[in-house]
Design a protein around this ligand. Structure first.
Ligand code: FES
Length: 242
């Protein structure tokens, strides 16, 4: 599913350098670890590089290896293992469509079809206008609002084909569609609204605790009748014959 190879040589930029601010950020991450353990900052350094360039280039991997004093192969292993690192150029808007089982069962095929239609038939390829690229990803942790996709840092949830197309068209026009559920429900409440704890009396002082209902404390604590013999076993002293 994931595209985990470096981009071909003819797509790789000739050089990479962290901006001054980002280099300071990398140094700050290195300083979080004990002396000699600077390699622990490899994920942070790659992430900072990706935030700067949009994707992880071969020269970036080499530069991170140089700064952290580790073999290039080790950095390459990290970059190719974690799917959060983009190994090929991405569009201005990177659309990550979750196609793991819960999203798939709830219709992620429609979301993928909308991406193929509005962005590019192939995943991991930048659209002709440079505005989009899309990719399939594993669970993004919003299964309760499946199917969903992440665009940039926003989650768009409860999607279908039409909603996906609407969002992509809006982004193409330069608008910022509202993230979150697209079917009108609030957060991850049940479709149709909240169904439990909706009695206003619960919140307006109208709720009557058994202590105030005329039931004595002893009665309130008395066990109710067991539903079955199994639920009310006869207690016997230790050692008594069964
Ligand atoms: S399966 Fe899609 S968010 Fe979890």
């Amino acid at each position: 599913m994931s595209f985990r190879r470096l981009a071909p040589a003819d797509e790789q930029p000739a050089r990479f350098a962290f901006s001054e601010g980002n280099r300071k950020l990398v140094d700050r991450w290195i300083a979080k670890y004990p002396p000699g353990r600077q390699r622990s900052a490899v994920i942070a350094a790659l992430w900072i590089g990706q935030e700067q360039e949009g994707w992880v280039t071969q020269r970036m991997i080499e530069e991170v290896a140089r700064i952290l004093d580790m073999p290039v192969m080790r950095v390459l292993e990290v970059a190719t293992f974690y799917t959060m690192f983009n190994l090929v150029p991405v569009g201005e808007h990177l659309v990550q469509v979750c196609t793991t089982t819960p999203c798939w069962l709830r219709g992620s095929d429609e979301v993928v079809a909308a991406c193929r239609k509005h962005i590019e038939p192939r995943p991991n390829v930048v659209s002709a206008d440079g505005k989009f690229s899309w990719t399939e990803v594993e669970c993004l942790g919003a299964c309760v609002n499946a199917p969903m996709m992440q665009i940039g840092k926003d989650y768009y949830e409860d999607l279908d084909g039409a909603a996906t197309e609407r969002i992509l068209e809006a982004l193409r026009r330069g608008e910022t569609p509202n993230p979150g559920p697209q079917d009108g429900r609030h957060s991850s409440e049940p479709a149709g609204g909240a169904l439990t704890l909706t009695d206003p009396k619960l919140y307006e002082g109208g709720y009557s605790h058994p202590a105030n209902s005329g039931v004595s404390d002893d009665d309130a604590k008395r066990p109710t009748a067991a539903g079955s013999e199994r639920a009310a076993p006869v207690q016997k002293p230790p050692g008594a014959a069964s």
